[in-house]
Design a protein around this ligand. Structure first.
Ligand code: ZN
Length: 159
């Protein structure tokens, strides 16, 4: 022992070997006899015990970091799914709602007019077909909007 070495940190023979085995020991990759050698050495060597504790803390920190990364990317994915879902559900609701409102309104206005025998037949047929055309165009327009939404989302994925 040289005079400048502190008395509290004894250099037990086998330190370098124990340190080489330490990472494998922490990862559980050692053969049983190597595990026993490291355990025996840690039992008698405070400086290697400190080293072992430090490595383990480091390992836990790395695990925590990896878990955090997975959590963040999962959250992001859910956000995107939620965003797309609400968008397409919104369009479907809009489509159905507008069709119902428009259909009901036109039916209410039209049915009385169309069954009124005072109104000339040609005018009744004209108004009837006009209402039918308007409804079809509305449905078609909204379907197109919905379809374009889907296509835009497809492009987003490709990009
Ligand atoms: Zn040691």
């Amino acid at each position: 022992m040289t005079p400048d070495e502190p008395a509290g940190a004894p250099h037990v023979p086998g330190c370098s070997e124990a340190l080489v085995l330490l990472m494998g020991f922490i990862d559980g990759e050692l053969a049983p006899e190597d595990i026993r050698r490291v355990e025996d050495h840690l039992a008698v060597c405070p400086s290697c015990r400190a080293e072992h504790a430090a490595y383990r803390r480091l390992g836990h920190a790395a695990d925590a970091l990896a878990t955090e990364e997975v959590r963040v990317s999962t959250e992001h994915a859910w956000e995107r799914i939620y965003d797309r879902l609400t968008r397409s559900v919104g369009w479907v609701l809009l489509w159905v709602g507008l069709t119902l409102i428009l259909g009901w309104t036109l039916w209410e206005l039209g049915s009385e007019f169309l069954t009124d025998s005072e109104v000339p037949m040609v005018l009744r047929v004209g108004v009837g077909t006009f209402i039918g055309g308007l409804l079809l165009l509305t449905i078609n327009f909204l379907r197109e909007r919905l379809y374009r939404r889907k296509t835009e989302r497809y492009d987003e994925v490709i990009r």
